[in-house]
Design a protein. Structure first.
Ligand code: VGL
Ligand code: ZN
Length: 207
């Protein structure tokens, strides 16, 4: 069973949003074309309360991209983004969410950030995603979405660690920073993650 995980394809992560990923919108048609090629599609949604500890605005004297200690963990401070119930937190309207069977929200605890769709950054709390996938008989996980070196990267590393055969579909993601993303991909490969292009999937099923 093959599952496709859509990571944080939300308005705030595309150009015009609060934390825009360069060319983030370019992945939408690619993702839409992939959807029908999987047994199961799930999505993650960054879903922060207004008082979230990852927002620079909640730390007087600090600015965006400063790094602080947040309850014992290193935390990059972000612009306010993906606030629960806001337009920015909604999925990009041109994304076809009809095939999405379940949505896993993360980053809801103001005290801790959550890049991975599986666990918070302190690995204290699970979202239930691994159990859900296992319960559905999934053994292969394909990951797409935003941002490449943050939520996509950490979701992939946790998927691999949870025992799923894990793939990154490279043209269906974009990073905030290209160099950091290259490093993240090297690390993924070392952990057995396979990096492919959407064309590899589309061709295979056309046979
Ligand atoms: C993300 C920074 C903060 C992401 C989420 O989806 O990659 N990045 N929150
Ligand atoms: Zn966030």
């Amino acid at each position: 069973m093959k599952a496709l995980i859509l990571v944080d394809i939300q308005n705030d992560f595309i150009p015009g949003g609060a934390l825009p990923v360069p060319e983030g919108d370019k992945i939408i048609p690619v993702v839409n074309n992939l959807l029908s090629h999987f047994d199961l599609v799930v999505a993650t949604q960054d879903w922060h309360p207004r008082n979230h500890g990852s927002f620079a605005s909640n730390h007087p004297g600090k600015k965006v991209y400063d790094v602080i200690d947040l309850n014992g963990l290193e935390q990059i401070l972000w612009p306010d983004h993906c606030v629960q119930g806001s337009k920015g937190a909604e999925f990009v309207p041109t994304l076809n969410t009809n095939p999405v069977e379940a949505i896993f929200r993360k980053g809801t605890d103001p005290a801790i950030d959550s890049y991975s769709g599986f666990f918070d950054n302190g690995r204290k709390k699970s979202t239930g995603l691994a159990d859900y996938l296992k319960g559905r008989g999934v053994d292969e996980v394909f990951v797409v979405g935003l941002a490449g070196e943050f939520c996509v990267n950490y979701t992939i590393l946790d998927a691999a660690e949870q025992g799923f055969k894990t793939y990154l579909i490279k043209d269906a993601t974009r990073p905030l920073n290209r160099e950091q993303f290259e490093k993240a991909m090297q690390n993924m490969r070392q952990k057995g993650v396979v990096i492919i292009q959407s064309g590899d999937i589309l061709k295979e099923s056309d046979k």
